[in-house]
Write a protein that binds this ligand. Structure first.
Ligand code: GNR
Ligand code: NI
Length: 171
């Protein structure tokens, strides 16, 4: 297992579109294990492969209280979304220390492959629904701050660039 570096907004690589996984083989299982380790270490409730500069449709999520219920979604696809929407305060490992409200469908159904390459479907609400939609956005090259106003986004970009400069200066 290995910890993977997480890309930070506004890194242009966060906007690459991930390709479907063709076969859930040992290479993919290694990526899933490393992504899970990286997510738990952060700690975060989800991680999309895009965030660790791997542009394949792989997501790991754990919304359990004790962070001991890993969920793996390979080639996730949205099959249904409720008309009812809700606001949720979101954060992102690629936009550290920034949180804001995003409106999304309340309930969804998602189809995906599990770690054994078997297809499954899941219905989600609450944090799992928000997190799944947030991660599927990452795979499409979309970061949650893109739902916010241009003014807010520019402020975040400036803050992130400033922080990056400080980090480089520390070395
Ligand atoms: O750890 C995370 N928490 C979170 C909180 C509210 C809505 C979405 C998320 S996902 C985020 C981890 C992350 O950046 N995944 O891409
Ligand atoms: Ni994120």
């Amino acid at each position: 297992m290995a910890l993977l570096p997480v890309l930070c907004y506004p890194d242009p690589r966060l906007h690459q579109v991930a390709k479907p996984v063709e076969a859930v083989d040992e290479r993919i299982k290694k990526i899933v294990a490393d992504m899970a380790e990286t997510m738990y270490e952060a700690p975060g409730v989800g991680l999309a492969a895009t965030q660790v500069n791997i542009h394949e449709r792989i997501v790991v999520i754990d919304v359990s209280e004790n962070q001991n219920e890993l969920m793996v979604f390979i080639n996730p696809e949205l099959v249904w979304a409720s008309a009812e929407k809700k606001f949720w305060r979101e954060g992102c490992l690629s936009v550290p220390e920034f949180y804001d409200e995003v409106e999304r469908p309340d309930q969804i159904r998602v189809k995906a492959l599990d770690i054994n390459g078997r297809e499954f479907e899941i219905e989600a609400d609450g944090l799992l629904s928000v997190c799944l939609q947030h991660e599927m956005d990452h795979l499409q090259g979309k970061v949650f701050v893109e739902y916010l106003s241009l003014l807010k986004r520019n402020r975040i970009s400036l803050k992130m660039k400033k922080r990056l400069k400080e980090l480089v200066g520390q070395r």
